[in-house]
Design a binder for this molecule. Structure first.
Ligand code: AAO
Length: 502
């Protein structure tokens, strides 16, 4: 028997209604003609995908699907090795790597921009290499652990002396986290004007190639003031996305980095995984009297980059990754249907060995990979096979949902068994059923009555008999009725009404 509103949400809903009647500034009463504000354009992380393939993806899939930006892997010259993480050990600021040449990178940026997709580059500016022996980089640059001729020398690094190893051994110590070495990586002294100038020079070079912004790798390991001193020298409007993993009880917290840019919010994916595994739901969204988000352990919505998983967490803490295909679809549907933060879909490759790099040629260059014809997760991947999440029907449908609902509020949720769903005020309804048993959700909505194409299973398609490629759901008398087989999701929105039967 579907519970239309749990007690908590029903109370919340009543409070909201009363508040609106009383003229308080709680969530506005949904109206079917609410016009959305600008949606925070969704991105996709194309992990270890070469520049030529990213350019193809922008033109063939990302632009048409409505992705606003791509997060690339680090473009800098790196140490030689088959592991993916060699990309995170810079040898120079040359844009020459296993993922492509400077010219290929510039061409990718131009082709993606022409397709309406911006490029955000992963920038490794906290450190250099982590091997104690001298070496030669992927593009032929000679280096030693603390000596990078023409770039950085021994005087440009921290030697913290706080632990015998010189490495971070205690994340409870701010000094260790920001002055010692992360896993033996030579730690740049970002308080030094000389280091800052060289770092700004690298970032300016990326921007000169048309890049719209950067992910600041290991930002936690640089004082927020140092990061701000660096990025404040970049052209206004440059997008800054800081990686600051939220660690309980740690002195360095993500909030410190929200004054000059956005922050990847690691709590989001952790919180999303729990109800999808347990089927026990509660509304995470609490808005205060000023209508501002007050999600515990989350940075403010307008500073949050949210994700289900990324290249680190899929190899570590994440409970829901591509390896759990159907639940992974449900997690991405909820993220793209939510009204918190700016979502970034993760797209990598299948692996058994966490260190295994992308499929590469004999010269170590990552192989081009096409996602043509991929429309969903597969039961069994070969190691190195791209997951192509950006091409999945469900994801492309939810990109359309995300854009159609804009920034209108997420309304109190509705549950039935393991299933859960919610309205985006007057413009869409989204629901998931992580359980095995089929469920029917009746979700209050002010969307206009009528038939709607489910965008998770295909959306509008004029070539079909009922005008929808997949399921059709009905809104009638202020209720959207969504029938969900086990392990499925569904979503309808204002721009995906089923055309009237001809
Ligand atoms: C490789 C080898 C090393 C070798 C090194 C140097 O693996 O054995 O010593 O080379 O030769 C990547 C790979 C590393 C690789 C590195 C360099 O992951 O394996 O090392 O390239 O090639 C911390 C940082 C965070 C960082 C993360 C991996 O804060 O910034 O470690 N991520 C970025 C990149 C990452 C990259 C680097 C940085 C380096 O995304 O791909 O490394 O450029 C806690 C702390 C976090 C900490 C994690 C892991 O997190 O809070 O700050 O991240 O631990 O140490 C719960 C907890 C939370 C915990 C989390 C994850 O959620 O609440 O506190 O679990 O465990």
């Amino acid at each position: 028997m579907p519970r239309t509103l749990t007690v908590a949400t029903f109370t919340g809903f009543l409070v909201t209604a009363v508040a609106v009647l009383a003229g308080c500034s709680a969530q506005p009463a949904p109206t079917e003609h609410v016009e959305p504000g600008e949606a925070t354009g969704a991105g996709v992380q194309l992990f270890q995908l070469p520049w030529t393939s990213i350019a193809d993806e922008c033109e063939q899939t990302l632009g048409p699907a409505g992705f606003a930006w791509v997060l690339t892997s680090p473009p800098n010259e790196h140490i030689v090795g088959e592991q993916w993480w060699t990309s995170y050990q810079p040898v120079s600021h040359r844009i020459e790597s296993r993922l492509g040449t400077r010219e290929e990178f510039a061409d990718m940026v131009a082709r993606c921009d022409a397709a309406g997709v911006e490029i955000v580059a992963d920038a490794v500016i906290n450190h250099m290499t982590g091997q104690n022996t001298a070496g030669t980089g992927f593009a032929g640059t000679a280096f030693e652990h603390y000596d990078y001729p023409g770039l950085y020398g021994p005087g440009d690094f921290h030697y913290c002396g706080l632990a015998a190893s010189g490495d971070i051994e205690d994340y409870g110590s701010r000094e260790q986290v920001q002055d010692c070495e992360l896993v033996n990586l030579a730690d740049l002294d970002t308080s030094s004007e000389a280091v800052r100038a060289k770092t700004v020079g690298y970032l300016d070079d990326l921007l000169s190639l048309g890049v719209a912004g950067v992910r600041v790798d290991a930002a936690k390991h640089m004082a927020a003031d140092d990061v701000e001193a660096i990025v404040s020298q970049l052209p206004g409007g440059t997008r800054i996305l800081s990686e600051v993993i939220r660690g309980a009880g740690e002195p360095v917290q993500p909030e410190e980095y929200t004054g000059f840019g956005d922050v990847f919010e690691f709590t989001y994916g952790r919180d999303l995984a729990q109800p999808l595994q347990s089927g026990v739901w509660s509304d995470p969204t609490l808005r205060d009297a000023d209508d501002e988000y007050v999600r515990a352990q989350h940075v403010p919505s307008d500073r949050a980059i949210v994700f289900v998983d990324n290249h680190d967490t899929e190899r570590g803490e994440a409970k829901i990754t591509y390896k759990r295909g159907d639940l992974y679809v449900l997690a991405n549907v909820l993220m793209l249907g939510d009204d918190y933060g700016t979502p970034v879909v993760y797209s990598g490759y299948a692996f058994t060995d966490r260190d295994a790099g992308p499929r590469a040629d004999e010269d170590g260059r990552a192989q081009d990979a096409s996602c043509a014809g991929v429309d969903g997760p597969v039961d069994a991947y070969e190691d190195g096979e791209r997951t192509c999440v950006q091409s999945w029907t469900a994801i492309r449908g939810m990109l359309a949902f995300h854009d159609a609902v804009g920034d209108v509020h997420r309304m109190p949720g509705v549950e039935s068994g393991d299933a859960y769903g919610f309205e985006r005020a007057g413009r869409g309804v989204v629901a998931v059923n992580p359980g095995e048993a089929a469920e029917t959700l009746e979700i209050p909505t002010t969307m206009p009555a009528g038939d709607y194409c489910d965008v998770v299973s295909g959306g509008p398609d004029a070539t079909t008999e009922d005008g929808c490629r997949g399921a059709v759901f009905i809104v009638d008398d202020g209720v959207a009725t969504l029938k969900l087989p086990g392990r499925t999701a569904a979503a309808i929105h204002i721009d995906a009404a089923a055309p009237p039967a001809s």
